[in-house]
Ligand binder design. Structure first.
Ligand code: UDP
Ligand code: MG
Length: 321
């Protein structure tokens, strides 16, 4: 264990009043030998989750309260943005993941210099409505990329802060953290972890989310493959059309100078058409490229709003207007 390892455990919570106390305790037991902070991001719970976190008065705990329910991805983003450690651990707030797995994941990341170590729920304790779509998603990821991942949806992950802070997190993207990290060039490995059935509270996800998840997956893969360099797609087509049109018109010009009439030739029509379409495609390419850049840059804005942050270590509450 390296003495300058500082761990930020980030936990999105939505109506987990029955879990936060026990979870805090088991994280403390697991991380006794480490320096760490536990960041709870309360995703606008309607039960007593916030109060249950506050009564702990645990100096290692930080509570970030969001202004409304933004979903697990955005809640994670808020916690990761705040994280001060050099390693970030993500874990669900419902005790389905086991904090006792964290040390071995962390040791592996440090010893072998992995950017991201993600869990494989060897004996997953969920029903088929959840496990089947996940199998399909894992299969698509394996076929479409060089990332060999068997359990993309496992929430328990250890990553370097740099990796964590660079991952886009909105919509349902928390399920594709490893995939997005892989696209950014992160070194990733998997390790088997424990998985428990939910004891308290209920799952927040049903079949409806599955479609959103698949949508996000296809969008990531599509963007990666086709949309990153739109200028080349439109631009090359535009230049080819323009070039062909130009050749046709030069040919017709020569024909005319040799004294022949070209007024009604279909080729004249084609030549002019190709030049015009070529110029248009080329400019569409430039606009598309600019749009993509703006699109990516606009992702920098946060997908959540914070009501306040309480740090129980120094008993400080920062209020956000
Ligand atoms: N969660 C959240 N916001 C939401 C829904 C869920 O922060 O809108 C949290 C939830 O409290 C839990 C984690 O995300 O800590 C995973 O949610 P859940 O256990 O319901 O998902 P499942 O394990 O059923 O996929
Ligand atoms: Mg769960």
């Amino acid at each position: 264990m390296s003495s300058n390892t500082y761990i930020s455990v980030v936990i999105p919570v939505y109506n987990e009043e029955g879990n936060v106390g026990l979870l805090t305790k088991s994280i403390e037991d697991a991380l006794k030998l480490y320096k760490y902070e536990i960041i709870y991001v309360d995703d606008f719970s309607t039960d007593k989750t916030r109060q249950q976190i506050k009564v702990l008065e645990n100096p290692n705990v930080i509570l970030i309260e969001l202004k409304r329910n933004y979903g697990q991805s955005s809640a994670l983003a808020a916690g990761i943005e705040f994280a001060r450690g050099n390693y970030v651990v993500t874990i669900d707030g419902d005790m389905q993941n086991d904090p006792s797995d964290i040390p071995k994941m962390l040791e592996l990341a440090i010893a072998e210099d992995w950017d991201l170590v993600t869990g494989i729920r060897a004996k997953r304790k969920d029903n088929i409505i959840k496990t089947f779509p996940s199998k399909i998603a894992n299969f698509i990821i394996r076929k479409a990329t060089k990332l060999h991942i068997s359990d993309a949806g496992c929430a328990l992950k250890v990553m370097t802060a740099e990796t964590a802070k660079n991952i886009p997190l909105y919509g349902e993207l928390h399920r594709f953290i490893a995939l997005n990290a892989h696209i950014d060039g992160a070194r990733i490995t998997e390790i088997p972890v424990k998985h428990h059935p939910r004891k308290f509270g209920v799952s927040k996800y049903g079949l409806g989310r599955t479609f959103k998840v698949m949508n996000d997956l296809l969008l990531i893969l599509f963007q990666r493959k086709y949309l990153q360099k739109p200028l080349y797609l439109f631009g090359n087509m535009g230049m080819a059309f323009f070039g062909l049109g130009l050749l046709i018109n030069i040919y017709l010009l020569i024909v005319k100078f040799l004294g022949n009439d070209i007024g009604t030739r279909p080729l004249l029509f084609l030549g002019i058409l190709l030049i015009l379409v070529g110029i248009q495609l080329f400019t569409i390419g430039i606009v598309a490229d600019l749009l993509m850049r703006t699109y990516y840059e606009s992702q920098n804005k946060t997908p959540y709003n914070v009501r306040n942050i309480t740090s129980f270590g120094d008993k400080k509450t920062t209020l956000y207007a």
